[in-house]
Structures are given as structure tokens and as C-alpha cells.
Design a protein around this ligand. Structure first.
Ligand SMILES: Cc1ncc(C[n+]2csc(CCOP(=O)(O)OP(=O)(O)O)c2C)c(N)n1
Ligand SMILES: [Mg+2]
Length: 307
């Protein structure tokens, strides 16, 4: 999945990766028409928002076949290109000469400023995983394509990232099998060798699918694998915290820097943000396979975690 942020009318995600500010904004704005894209995968999040907006006309565009929704009144359209529909709608919105449209745009600009400030506050209070992902996401340029894997690091990534163009952020919001991000980056890099690629992944995902980085090295693909080593299946551990009973979620004793080195991959290990910044500075002009292991806390709760 990939989406665009650099449009003055885009407020960002509402389903997966949504945050309070976006949702409050929509409820306050009370839209007459709602156009939804690919909502089948984040149906649960979307339905809870839509409950409060029942008066709006709802249009759902999806690549998939019709799904059943809780609400009864909606128009469903299966399309072969979400990008085409989004482009078409954006062009028409932008050409509309209506004061309310400009007011809306100004409100959205304001929303984005507030949201960024609140995100920064959350990041400050959070741990190294969220801080590193925020740093990476705020420093990627138009020529970088990012993928995020499955786990806490994925939640941090979707909460921090504001992609500036189509096809620059890949996530699996469906099955989200661990390790999918590693192969996504490899597949995308094979097709887009002139770009830089960053794969955000975790220690658990590496144990599931990390041997694939051998392919990246063999093909000399320009991918930076950032491995968040929190010595756990963090997503599972967070779930077990409620019960204070941890079963099978620890992963101790893995050294992913050495794992990368065993394949002759230029590999680094960092323990704080300034070390990470230094490494990124060092590798910024390199176009080769690189691995950075970020040692982070066992107990960090990811951003935007819902219930
Ligand atoms: C193949 C597979 N098994 C189990 C899961 C359920 N699952 C989702 S995230 C996760 C833990 C991922 O661990 P890690 O890569 O270390 O990421 P972290 O949550 O620690 O950031 C698990 C077990 C899954 N998504 N895919
Ligand atoms: Mg982990």
C-alpha cells in the first residue's frame, strides 16, 4: 500500500495510522461526501469513525471485491487504479473556485501544524524506537522509498511518516506477515535501482525472513535495513503486558550487526539517536546494501497504539 501526503487537501490517514487530531477534525468538519480508498483492510477503524458521520454520502473505492460494512447506505466502486481516482478527485477539488474550499485548505494546513507539534511531544516522551523512526522519516528525500515491516516499528512508522509522493511508502495493512517489509524493499529496489531504499524492520522479522538480505547484497541493492532490536516480539510483548505474563515473546542474544557482517554487508550498531544520526551522515551518499541495528528498549510502547 502506498499513499500521498503532499497535497494541501490531504489530512493523512483515517484508518490505520490515524491519530486523534485527524479524527477530531473530520468530526468537526462534518463532510457531506466521504470518499474512501481501500477501506476494506482498515474496516474496523473506519466504521468506528463513520458511525458519527452517518448523514454524509459515502463512496468507497477499492481494488478488491465488495465487502460488507456495518452501515447500510454506501456506494461501492471496484477500480483498477486508486491513483487514477485520487488524481481525478484532487484535480477537480483544486479547480473549484469556492471560498469554502480555500477555508478548508487553510484549516487543513493548521491541522497539520498542530498534529506535527503534538507528534513531536509524543516522540519526546517516547523511546529510541519511535525517536529513530521519526528522525528517519523526517529526513528522507523525494528519491527514497521506505517500507515498514510487521510489529511495533510498523506502528511507529505509519504514525510518523508523511510520504511526499506516490510509491514512496510501502506497508502491508492486510495479513502483514513478519518479514514482508524486507522482501518488499528488495522487490521495489530491483525495479527502482536509481532510488535509495530504507526498510524498517524488527529483530523478530529478521529471524523470520532476514536471510533475504543476502539477495540484496548479492544484487548490490541500495537498501538500508534498519533493524530495531528490542530483544522481543515487541508487538506480542505489549499485548502480554496487560496480563503481566510473558510467554515466548523474548528474543535474547541476537547480534544483527554480526549477522549482516557475516554476509559482508556494511553493518552498524547504535544505542542512541546521535549515533544513528552519525551513521546516516556517514552513509548518505552510499548506494549499497547497509544494515543498521538499533538497540532499543524491551518495553517501549509504540505510537498510536489503540486499545
Ligand atoms: C508470520 C507471522 N507470524 C506472526 C505474526 C504476528 N506478529 C505481528 S508483529 C509480531 C512481532 C514482530 O516482532 P519484531 O519484528 O521484533 O517487531 P517489534 O514488534 O518488536 O517491533 C508478531 C509475532 C505475523 N504478523 N506474521
Ligand atoms: Mg522486536
Amino acid at each position: 500500500m502506498s499513499y500521498i501526503e503532499d497535497n494541501s487537501f490531504s489530512i493523512g490517514c483515517v484508518g490505520m495510522g490515524a491519530n486523534e487530531e485527524n479524527i477530531d477534525f473530520i468530526k468537526k468538519y462534518k463532510p457531506q461526501n466521504i470518499f474512501c480508498f481501500g477501506t476494506s483492510l482498515s474496516k474496523k477503524d473506519f466504521e468506528s469513525i463513520y458511525e458519527e458521520l452517518q448523514d454524509a454520502n459515502l463512496y468507497i473505492f477499492s481494488l478488491e471485491d465488495n465487502y460488507s460494512y456495518k452501515f447500510t447506505k454506501y456506494n461501492y466502486c471496484k477500480t483498477q487504479s486508486i491513483k487514477f481516482v485520487v488524481d481525478y478527485l484532487c484535480k477537480n477539488v483544486l479547480s473549484a473556485n469556492d471560498k469554502t474550499i480555500y477555508q478548508l485548505r487553510d484549516d487543513i494546513i493548521e491541522l497539520k501544524k498542530i498534529r506535527e507539534l503534538k507528534l513531536k511531544e509524543r516522540i519526546k516522551k517516547s523511546g529510541l524506537m519511535a525517536q529513530s523512526i521519526y528522525y528517519i522519516m523526517r529526513n528522507v528525500d523525494m528519491n527514497t522509498i521506505v517500507s515498514a515491516d510487521a510489529g511495533n516499528h510498523y506502528l511507529d512508522a505509519i504514525n510518523c511518516f508523511t510520504p511526499r509522493n506516490y510509491g514512496t511508502f510501502y506497508i502491508d495493512a492486510g495479513l502483514a506477515a513478519m518479514g514482508n517489509g524486507i522482501c518488499t524493499s528488495i522487490g521495489v529496489a530491483v525495479g527502482e535501482l536509481d532510488k535509495h531504499h530504507i526498510c524498517i524492520t524488527g529483530d523478530g522479522c529478521m529471524l523470520m525472513n532476514g536471510t533475504s538480505i543476502y539477495t540484496a547484497k548479492k544484487l548490490n541493492l541500495p537498501i538500508v535495513f534498519v533493524v530495531f532490536n528490542n530483544c522481543s516480539l515487541g508487538r506480542v510483548r505489549i499485548g502480554q503486558m496487560k496480563e503481566k505474563k510473558f510467554i515466548g515473546s523474548d528474543i535474547f542474544g541476537c547480534d544483527f550487526k554480526r549477522f549482516g557482517e557475516s554476509m559482508n554487508i556494511d553493518s552498524y550498531q547504535v544505542e542512541n539517536l546521535s549515533q544513528l544520526e552519525q551513521v546516516f551522515d556517514l552513509i548518505k551518499n552510499k548506494k549499497e546494501t547497509i544494515l543498521i541495528e538499533v538497540i532499543c528498549s524491551h518495553n517501549e510502547i509504540p505510537l498510536g497504539l489503540k486499545g
